[in-house]
Design a protein around this ligand. Structure first.
Ligand code: PMP
Length: 394
C-alpha cells in the first residue's frame, strides 16, 4: 500500500467513526471569552483553573524577563541552558511542596516519560490506573517494564496484582486528579499498598496542584498527607497558567534524574523567562486563595443546580466536570449545539476516553462568573432534554 493510500484510509476511517479532529485558532488571551471569526465564545474547556494564563502581572514578568534573558535558553540544561531562573524556580517548588529538591522539565509529558524511563526497565513492573494520562501510558511503554493496569480506582485489583508480582522493582503510578473524569485517586490506599508490597509510588498531580488544598498543594493536601508521595510530578500548564513541568522528591531522586532522565538531558531547557513567570505564578497561586475559593464556589453551585435541572454529572469535586453522552456522534452534536449558542465545551471522544464513554468535559476557572455558569446550565438543560437528544449511553 502506498503511503498516500494508507493516510487516506486512516483519515476516512476517523471521519466515519466521528473521531476526526482538527485544532482551530482563536485570538486573544486564554480567558473565559475566546474570540473566533469576530465572535466571542464563553469557554468551559481550558485547564487555566486559576485564571493565571491572562494575568497582567505575569505578562509583565514575561516581558521584563525576556528583555533580560532573551527568548530561548540556547541549549539543554547540562550543556549551557541551565539558568539562574531555573534554579530559583526549582528552589521555590521544593519549598512549596516541602521536598528536598525539584527538577524542571519542559512539559509534563516529558517529565512523565523521563522519570518513568529513568526508574524502570525490562525486569520491572509498572502498576497503573486504567484512566491514567496518555503520557504515563507512553512512559510505561518506553520504559519496557511490564505494564499492569488496574481498573479505575480499584484498590483491591491493585493489591491483587502487586501480591502476584515477582518483578525486581515495582512502581505504582496514578494521576492525582484524573484528567478526563475529574475524580481523585485514593492516595491513602495507594500509600498503604506501596508500603505493604514494597513498591515505589509516583503521583502525577497535574490537575490537583494549585486547585486542591488551602494553598494549592494538591491531592496530598486534600487527604492531609503532605510530603507523603516519594515521586511527585506536576505541570505549570494547568492551574499555574504557563508552561513547563517538574518532578519533586528527595535530593537523591533529583540527582539521579539529572543523570538518567533522557527527556531532561536531551532537550532544550525551558526559556528562562518562562521559568521566571512560573515562579511568579507559583507565588500567586499560593497566596491568592480567593481564586481557589471562587473556583470551588462555582463547582459547588454548578453541581447543585445541575441536580435540580436533571443534568447527569459524573462524580467530581474538582474543576473537571464530565457529562457522559456515550457515542462520539452524540457528544459532537451537543458540543456543536452549545457552540451555536456561544458556548465552547469540547466533545471528548475515544481514544482519549474509552469507547462508548464520549462526553462533554466542562472545566471551570476562577475567572468565570456565576452568571456565566447559569448560561451554561440553561443551555445544557435544554440540549440534554429528551426532546433534543437521547441521553442513553449505550
Ligand atoms: N499529566 C496529566 C494528568 C495531564 O492531564 C497532562 C496534560 N493534559 C499532562 C500530564 C501533560 O502535561 P503538559 O501539558 O505540561 O505536557
Amino acid at each position: 500500500m502506498s503511503l498516500h493510500d494508507f493516510l487516506n484510509a486512516q483519515l476516512a476511517q476517523r471521519h466515519r467513526d466521528q473521531l476526526y479532529r482538527q485544532p482551530w485558532p482563536h485570538h486573544g488571551k486564554q480567558q473565559p471569552l475566546l474570540r473566533h471569526h469576530g465572535r466571542d465564545y464563553l469557554s468551559f474547556c481550558s485547564n487555566d483553573y486559576l485564571g493565571l494564563a491572562s494575568d497582567s502581572r505575569l505578562i509583565d514578568t514575561l516581558q521584563h524577563a525576556s528583555k533580560d534573558y532573551g527568548i530561548g535558553s540556547g541549549a539543554s540544561h547540562l550543556v549551557s541552558g541551565h539558568h539562574q531562573a531555573h534554579q530559583e524556580l526549582e528552589s521555590a517548588l521544593a519549598k512549596f511542596l516541602g521536598r528536598e529538591r525539584a527538577l524542571v522539565f519542559s512539559t509534563g509529558y516529558m517529565a512523565n516519560i523521563g522519570v518513568m524511563t529513568a526508574l524502570m526497565g525490562r525486569e520491572d513492573a509498572i502498576f497503573a490506573d486504567k484512566f491514567n494520562h496518555a503520557s504515563l501510558v507512553d512512559g510505561s511503554l518506553l520504559s519496557r517494564a511490564q505494564s499492569q493496569r488496574y481498573a479505575h480506582l480499584d484498590m483491591a485489583a491493585l493489591a491483587n496484582l502487586l501480591a502476584r508480582s515477582e518483578k525486581k522493582h515495582r512502581l505504582i503510578i496514578s494521576d492525582g486528579v484524573f484528567s478526563m473524569d475529574g475524580d481523585i485517586a485514593p492516595l491513602p490506599e495507594l500509600l498503604h499498598l506501596a508500603q505493604q508490597y514494597d513498591a515505589w509510588l509516583m503521583l502525577d498531580d497535574a490537575h490537583g496542584l494549585g486547585v486542591l488544598g488551602e494553598t494549592g498543594r494538591g491531592t496530598e493536601a486534600y487527604f492531609n498527607a503532605l510530603n507523603s508521595v516519594p515521586i511527585l510530578v506536576g505541570t505549570f500548564s494547568k492551574a499555574f497558567g504557563g508552561m513547563g513541568a517538574f518532578v519533586a522528591g528527595s535530593a537523591l531522586l533529583i540527582d539521579y534524574m539529572i543523570q538518567a532522565a533522557r527527556s531532561y538531558i536531551y532537550t532544550t531547557a525551558l526559556p528562562p523567562a518562562l521559568a521566571e513567570v512560573n515562579r511568579h505564578a507559583l507565588h500567586l497561586a499560593q497566596t491568592e486563595s480567593w481564586r481557589r475559593e471562587h473556583l470551588h464556589f462555582l463547582i459547588d453551585y454548578f453541581r447543585q443546580q445541575a441536580k435540580i435541572l436533571n443534568i447527569p454529572l459524573m462524580p467530581s469535586i474538582t474543576p473537571i466536570q464530565g457529562i457522559i453522552l456515550g457515542s462520539a456522534e452524540r457528544a459532537l452534536t451537543v458540543s456543536q449545539a452549545l457552540w451555536q449558542r456561544g458556548l465552547f465545551v469540547t466533545a471528548i471522544r475515544p481514544p482519549t476516553v474509552p469507547l462508548h464513554r464520549a462526553r462533554l468535559r466542562i472545566t471551570f476557572s476562577a475567572l468565570h462568573q456565576k452568571e456565566q455558569v447559569d448560561q451554561l446550565l440553561s443551555a445544557l438543560a435544554e440540549l440534554l432534554s429528551p426532546c433534543f437528544i437521547s441521553t442513553d449511553t449505550a
